[in-house]
Design a protein around this ligand. Structure first.
Ligand SMILES: [Zn+2]
Length: 213
């Protein structure tokens, strides 16, 4: 008899809003189709931000709005994560090993891309690649700071409904509303650009770090 299991996804971001910007619409679609998603945010993202702002709380609201079943907020030091690689690997391995329910089979990780000007994004990429080594598929997502060398090979064909959900989730990051890249027209432009590359209307694009079919 075939064993029934639920498919699991791990989404990893360095800061609050990285996951939503990079793969928010993809997660919304997967969750709607019954996937079990755990989102891990490695830092509180407080560098360059008013100390009174609770970005973890904004992130919790945004990722809950997308429907993530679990949201794990870690407190690695924003801008200094490259000095905490071992600890980040261990923290991610703990999530992979202990947080997913037994009926869930983890099939894919979404994480940061290595060609990115933000040092935390590069560090989280490095830690993810090690911690996720036994996950069949690892996809790197795009952020506003990925280099021009980000050339996606895999695309999520995003519906208007899921795009709207992504925009709404990102709008819950109230403390970031002054940033150009978080505005809905910018988000649509990026999605249209990736869509054009793939022959679709709106897309999220991903670089393949590993893909076992
Ligand atoms: Zn970030």
């Amino acid at each position: 008899m075939k064993l029934q299991y639920q498919k699991g996804i791990l989404a990893i971001g360095a800061h609050p809003d990285d996951i939503e910007l990079g793969c928010g619409a993809s997660l919304a679609r997967l969750i709607a189709e019954g996937y079990y998603v755990i989102a891990v945010v490695m830092t509180a993202g407080t560098s360059g931000c008013n100390k009174d702002v609770d970005r973890h709380n904004e992130s919790k609201m945004a990722l809950s709005f997308l429907g993530c079943q679990q949201i794990v907020h870690l407190d690695f030091e924003d801008t200094r994560t490259s000095q905490q690689l071992d600890e980040m690997i261990k923290a991610l391995e703990d999530v992979i090993k202990h947080r997913f329910p037994p009926q869930v089979r983890l099939i894919r990780a979404y994480t940061m891309h290595d060609n990115d000007r933000h040092q935390d994004h590069r560090a989280v990429h490095k830690a993810s690649i090690v911690a996720c080594r036994n996950i069949p598929q690892i996809l790197g997502y795009e952020t506003p700071s990925t280099w021009l060398t980000f050339i996606p090979q895999v695309f999520e064909n995003v519906s208007e409904e899921k795009f709207t959900k992504k925009v709404q989730a990102i709008s819950l990051h109230q403390s970031q509303q002054h940033r150009d890249y978080i505005q809905s027209e910018r988000l649509r432009t990026v999605a249209q650009f990736r869509g054009q590359q793939a022959g679709c209307n709106l897309c999220e694009g991903f670089v393949v770090h590993k893909m076992i079919l």
